[in-house]
Design a protein around this ligand. Structure first.
Ligand SMILES: *[C@@H]1O[C@H](CO)[C@@H](O)[C@H](O)[C@H]1NC(C)=O
Ligand SMILES: *[C@@H]1O[C@H](CO)[C@@H](O)[C@H](O)[C@H]1NC(C)=O
Ligand SMILES: *[C@@H]1O[C@H](CO)[C@@H](O)[C@H](O)[C@H]1NC(C)=O
Ligand SMILES: *[C@@H]1O[C@H](CO)[C@@H](O)[C@H](O)[C@H]1NC(C)=O
Length: 342
């Protein structure tokens, strides 16, 4: 993978990438998945950039109830991570030595800033997952991984910092034509028609919010809600701008997911590690014991689980209902307001 990736590094950003480059003949990942893949604008001053999946394993210890899991595979690799399911299942947390509150923070939380080609060096921080629903309907998920999520600040209080951060776009294709794009944002998100989106050529832009990495379709500031706490609009803000452009497909693993058997498989032109996709545990520390909370919201919260828990076999473009398809980007703010009341 690395050699192929290097070979395409000099190509312009919008060109098809890794899996589409030399190996198209044997790949079962459709070319259009790369042709229309999102490009991600990272926030200009966000210190927390995309991160390497294996680095998360290298820098953490699997723990259950703050105790190292006995008999865990060592070293922990993307191709043995699922063995932790039998040793604690969803209670397993990939835990950082020194904890989430340490200062200074470990440098690996910063991830890798993409270079001028949009590449994150040798760090693989994206997983593309294709779900073929038949009858020409194909969902392409683009999962983005960051080592650290910095929460937003409300009235001087900070909420929702966690280690490990999974975000995604999903593009729904019908007969190879992109119809709609899902943007994950905190516990929810937004759906747009493909035509509504700002693009570089054929590739839509996603704007990754400062710290939280919630994905938006436009630059600016975005209100969002704390689930269960109806704050007035404007208190809890995400910020996006055209900071650093990341082309996630340049450092991506690619897979198929069969929704009938719930099984993942590598792109047939490569042998990408699969077992990590079956890991049922969490990609960061558990919430610290005794962590204070206000209205049920805490500064430090638990790390998230992985792509298999993001409704891969979804009927609508949104993982849940209602699913409003926005035909204009300018409606994004109206939709954010709508989400606050439903
Ligand atoms: C977690 O560990 C603490 C301290 O060792 C212990 O008191 C508690 O019972 C454990 N909780 C569970 C659910 O095992
Ligand atoms: C492990 O977690 C998965 C995902 O939540 C669940 O489906 C499965 O039943 C759990 N297995 C056991 C043995 O509890
Ligand atoms: C990836 O790049 C970093 C920084 O250039 C280097 O330290 C590391 O050894 C490389 N890792 C691999 C697996 O090549
Ligand atoms: C972006 O996040 C950094 C730290 O994570 C913070 O210092 C900065 O103020 C944030 N910018 C905005 C506009 O919130």
């Amino acid at each position: 993978m690395r050699l192929t990736a290097l070979a395409v590094a000099a190509l312009p950003l919008v060109k098809p990438t890794i899996a589409s480059f030399q190996t198209r003949g044997t790949s079962n990942i459709p070319q259009y998945v790369y042709t229309y893949a999102p490009l991600v604008w990272l926030y200009s001053t966000d210190p927390y950039r995309p991160s390497d999946l294996q680095a998360q394993l290298d820098n953490t210890t699997p723990e259950v109830n703050w105790t190292a899991v006995a008999g865990a595979p060592s070293p922990l690799k993307l191709d043995n991570l699922d063995q932790l399911n039998a040793l604690g299942n969803t209670s397993v947390y990939l835990t950082t030595s020194g904890g989430i509150a340490q200062t200074p923070q470990p440098s690996w939380w910063d991830g890798i800033t993409p270079d001028s080609n949009g590449r994150t060096g040798n760090a693989t921080g994206c997983a593309i997952v294709i779900v073929d629903h038949g009858a020409g309907k194909v969902d392409a998920f683009y999962f983005y991984f960051y080592a650290y999520n910095k929460g937003d600040i409300v009235l001087g209080l900070e909420f929702g910092d966690h280690i490990g951060d999974w975000e995604h776009n999903m593009i729904r294709f019908v007969n190879g034509t992109p119809q709609a794009v899902w943007f994950s944002q905190h516990a929810s998100g937004q759906a747009f028609t493909y035509n509504a989106l700002e693009k570089d050529g054929l590739r839509p832009y996603a704007f990754s919010a400062n710290g939280t990495h919630a994905n938006y379709a436009i630059v600016g500031q975005h209100d969002h809600t704390i689930p269960g706490l109806n704050l007035p609009a404007g208190l809890l803000l995400d910020y996006t701008d055209k900071g650093v452009l990341w082309d996630p497909t340049l450092n991506a693993y690619a897979y198929t997911y069969d929704p009938v058997t719930a099984t993942f498989a590598s792109d047939t032109s490569a042998s990408y590690p699969v077992p990590w996709l079956n890991f049922n545990g969490q990609w960061g520390d558990a919430q610290p014991v005794g962590e204070p909370s206000i209205f049920g919201e805490a500064k430090y919260v638990a790390g998230p689980n992985g792509p298999k828990f993001k409704s891969l076999d979804r009927t609508n473009v949104c993982p849940s209902t209602p699913c409003i398809m926005l035909p204009f980007r300018i409606w994004a703010e109206a939709e954010a307001e709508y989400n606050m009341t439903t």
